[in-house]
Design a protein around this ligand. Structure first.
Ligand code: CTP
Ligand code: MG
Length: 393
């Protein structure tokens, strides 16, 4: 077996809070952001920083779930990480983490899991800056500050002497442990480690923090995190598009069904179900956007219940499948190529039927001829292209 050198730096990730202000019905660290939890994002930052011991402080009773998040994020560094149970205050949770440090650790970082998008570079910068003094990342205060008495504005405040503190906060291990022992003996409860370290007489310096290291506290903060993640290619908050095509030949029985409408007197299209190529292309565009497969898989000949079904049945079922998968439909744009039927007079009617079948999503339909070229131009059939835009609901 390869012997791993024991790191001399450790990070305690406190994740034991209940998240009262977020009010998501679960401990904040385990709340979903974009398919990944707050904690998972925080750990991804931690494990992207330089190797160090990682102690994750879990909400009581949620240790197994936290352990699974650690395993998912740690990769080859799993042996550096452990999970301990938190206490009723943040300070008690940090104290539980301190008890789990390896003997060789000389520098300790304390990090809020709630600062889920903290860049790895900020973690490294704090670790690299610790001396005998503690180090905190901090941002200048941008708002104009006021001193208040109740609802009365009592006076201005010089904001240049304030900064907003972030995490991780880094300290020499022995001095931090002494400071914790002193705070516990005195019965003091501090909201961050810099306050506790200062109270014990330690010096603390600041280095630049980053906007992305903001703390997820309220539902608005969670939305901000989701928007930031969505701004990345592949981020699941990005809208998703799908494309669908369909072709049917004329030659079916009965009357033509196209774009959700019956067209008496027009030659029918052939195909399983009613041959409504507009509806079928829309279904494929929607399923494709959601990554749910295609029309053949869900409505093909293996599903005889759809034989003869019209657009409303296909589209309503497709919309339900997307909703079950957590997607809402933005809009669908569809165009068919064909000489017949003459479409413009019934465009509004078709759009309304198709939109209603999708639960009200915007559907727009257009038609074009092909100058006599190809099978649509020769009047043999109809070709359709649909594009759908969907987003996470
Ligand atoms: N924390 C902790 N143990 C506690 C309280 C808080 O580990 N007993 C952690 C939280 O999980 C969070 C960090 O300390 O990562 C900062 O706390 P805060 O943002 O206040 O989180 P919560 O206490 O969970 O939220 P709230 O105050 O809204 O209940
Ligand atoms: Mg709290």
């Amino acid at each position: 077996m390869t012997a791993h050198p024991t790191p001399t730096t450790a990070i305690i990730v406190v994740a034991a809070g209940s998240g009262t202000r977020l009010g998501a019905g679960a401990p904040k660290a385990l709340v979903d952001v974009d398919g990944r939890t707050v904690l998972r994002h925080a750990l991804d930052g931690v494990f992207a920083a330089a190797p160090m011991q990682v102690v994750v402080v879990a909400p009581p009773g949620r240790e197994e779930q936290v352990d699974a998040e650690v395993t998912a994020s740690a990769g080859e560094r799993r042996h550096l990480a452990s999970v301990v149970t938190g206490g009723t205050t943040r300070q008690q949770s940090v104290a539980a983490g301190l008890d789990a440090l390896h003997d060789d650790v000389r520098i300790v970082l304390v990090h809020d899991a709630a600062r889920a998008l903290t860049p790895a570079s900020q973690i490294d910068a704090v670790a690299d800056s610790v001396t005998d003094a503690g180090v905190i990342p901090a941002l200048a205060v941008v708002d104009t500050l006021k001193r208040v008495e109740g609802d009365d504005i009592a006076g201005p405040v010089d904001r240049s002497v304030f900064v907003a503190a972030q995490t991780p906060q880094g300290f020499p291990r022995a001095a931090l442990q002494d400071a914790y022992a002193a705070a516990q003996a005195a019965g003091d409860d501090h909201t961050d480690d810099a306050a506790l370290f200062s109270a014990a007489g330690g010096a603390v310096r600041r280095i630049p923090g980053s906007e992305r290291a903001f703390k997820i506290t309220t539902p608005d903060d969670l939305e901000r995190a989701q928007l930031l993640l969505g701004a990345r290619p592949g981020g699941s908050c990005m809208p998703r598009i799908g494309v669908g095509t369909d072709v049917h030949a004329f030659g079916g029985e009965g009357s033509l069904w196209l774009a959700g409408l019956e067209w008496p007197g027009e030659p029918a299209l052939s195909g399983h179900s009613d041959g409504d190529a507009v509806a079928h292309a829309m279904v494929d565009a929607l399923l494709g956007a959601a990554g749910l497969g295609d029309i053949g898989q869900h409505f093909g000949t293996a599903h005889p219940e759809y034989a003869g079904a019209h657009a409303d049945v296909f589209l309503a079922r497709t919309a339900a499948m997307l909703a079950e998968a957590g997607f809402a439909i933005g809009n669908v744009s569809v165009q068919f190529q064909g000489n017949r039927p003459r479409f413009s007079a019934r465009r509004a009617e078709a759009e309304e039927v198709l939109s209603t079948a999708l639960g009200g999503a915007v559907v727009t339909v257009s038609a074009t001829t092909t100058d006599g070229l190809g099978f649509p131009g020769r009047g043999e059939g109809i070709a359709v292209t649909a594009v759908a835009l969907i987003h996470r609901s």
